[in-house]
Design a binder for this molecule. Structure first.
Ligand SMILES: Cc1cc2nc3c(=O)[nH]c(=O)nc-3n(C[C@H](O)[C@H](O)[C@H](O)COP(=O)(O)O)c2cc1C
Ligand SMILES: CCCCCCC(=O)C(=O)O
Length: 399
């Protein structure tokens, strides 16, 4: 852990940058190409302002919320991020324990460096030895759909057996975005690590990201990662994949990576259980909208038929508040988990989640909200509204 205790997410980032080897820092931190979307994800939150209400009793604040059928302690969950053992030897196990201790939802990446079974066991251990009937930790499994459907089916069946409560199907990665630092570094996993879920099903060679033979679209000089993706991951996916997944599992299906009203409506039409508005932390298509700017149209496309969650650029409790005010049911965080893991393993992730939760709680109090249902569209002002468009045009007049 850094010598002085971090007091904001940015402190974890600075400390992690000093600790991580170049290859890992660049992989974790980078966005695609010029990283416009990466920056916009955070900047767009800063451009939104609050309309606080006063003289409300905020002596008790209830942060609890429901994600699918689970109650969690606050609307701040953990996004899937690959290869966490580059940050800390305990990697995904430490993140799972921290999430269980904080009673929040962890989404495990298909590309974890710890197998989903080991992560499931680690996430449970925090509650072991207690007599209280504590809820099982909420864990969802993020799925990349492989060209080889037997590989994919095997991953899904193992996720069910290991107790994961939902599949989060990432839909924004038919190919890997161009992350220039990874191309320059010829990024590949350090030799002592594997993509453990693949290695566990006898696909260790694939899991080492051995160079393949297929030309990589848009990559004149591919990283090991981009080559692996083009060799293994299915770029032909359409909405039919949701029906195929339904035919092999009863797990709830969440799509991650929706950014438009059209796709939100299609997702509902194809029967998904929830949507995560995400641009993959600005790592896929550069120049697409920030997630907080895309959120209102996705909410409109869904028209209350399924819950909408958001990730991308959440660095403050007030960002969570803004996302909820614009209609998200919960938020998920990516890179801050990796920074915190680097700095202090499980304790680091707990501290960072606690910090965000404390900031969120204070934002609620200062805005005059004592529970999540009191956070409304009228609590935020968008840049377009600040620019002189009368508030009545964008905010329903009914109070
Ligand atoms: C290093 C790294 C690895 C990631 N790996 C995955 C992954 O395996 N699967 C996935 O769906 N998204 C992955 N993502 C995207 C995150 O789930 C999430 O959408 C994004 O990080 C959110 O933005 P934030 O980092 O600004 O919080 C990854 C992101 C990062 C930074
Ligand atoms: C099919 C794309 C795999 C990407 C691997 C991990 C990841 O999501 C990332 O952003 O990096």
């Amino acid at each position: 852990m850094a010598t002085s205790k971090p007091v904001c997410v940015a402190d974890f980032e600075v400390a992690a940058r000093n600790l991580l080897p170049r290859n890992a820092w660049d992989y974790y931190a980078s966005g695609a190409e010029d990283m416009y979307t990466l920056r916009d994800n955070t900047d767009a939150f800063a451009r939104i302002r609050l309309r606080p209400r006063v003289l409300v009793d905020v002596s008790k604040i209830d942060l609890t919320t429901r994600v699918l059928d689970h109650t969690i302690r606050s609307p701040i969950g953990v996004s899937p991020s690959a290869m966490q053992r580059m940050a800390h030897d305990e990697g995904e196990r430490a993140t799972a324990r921290a999430c269980a201790a904080m009673d929040t939802c962890m989404i495990l990446s298909s590309w974890s460096t710890t197998s989903m079974e080991d992560v499931a066991a680690a996430g449970r251990s925090v509650h072991s030895g207690t007599t209280a009937d504590l809820p099982s930790p909420v864990r969802w499994f993020q799925l990349y759909v492989y060209k080889d459907r037997a590989t994919t089916r095997n991953l899904v069946e193992r996720a069910v057996r290991a107790g994961y409560g939902a599949l989060v199907v990432t839909v924004d990665t038919p190919y890997l975005g161009r992350r220039l630092a990874d191309i320059r570094n010829k990024f590949t996993l350090p030799p002592h690590l594997t993509l453990a879920n693949l290695a566990a099903q006898g696909q260790g060679e694939k899991a080492q990201m051995a160079p393949g033979g297929t030309p990589v679209p848009g990559h004149s000089n591919a990283s090991g990662l981009a080559q692996y993706v083009v060799d293994q991951v299915d770029p032909t996916l359409t909405w039919d994949v949701i029906h195929w997944l339904r035919s092999i599992t009863t797990l709830p299906i969440i799509v991650k990576g929706v950014m438009t009203a059209e796709d939100a409506a299609l997702a509902v039409q194809h029967g998904v259980d929830a949507i995560i508005v995400s641009n993959h932390g600005g790592r896929q298509s550069d120049c697409c909208l920030s997630t907080i700017e895309a959120l209102p149209e996705v909410i409109a496309g869904v028209a209350d038929r399924v819950p909408v969650y958001l990730d991308g650029g959440i660095r403050r409790g007030s960002d969570v508040f803004k996302a909820l005010a614009l209609g998200a049911r919960a938020c998920f965080i990516g890179r801050p988990v990796l920074w915190a893991l680097t700095c202090g393993g499980e304790q680091g992730v707990r501290d960072m989640l606690q910090l965000l939760e404390d900031e969120f709680k204070l934002t609620m109090a200062l805005a005059g909200c004592s529970n999540l249902s009191q956070i409304t569209r009228r609590h935020v002002i968008l840049p377009s509204e600040r620019a002189g468009i009368p508030l009545s045009h964008v905010v329903p007049a009914k109070l």
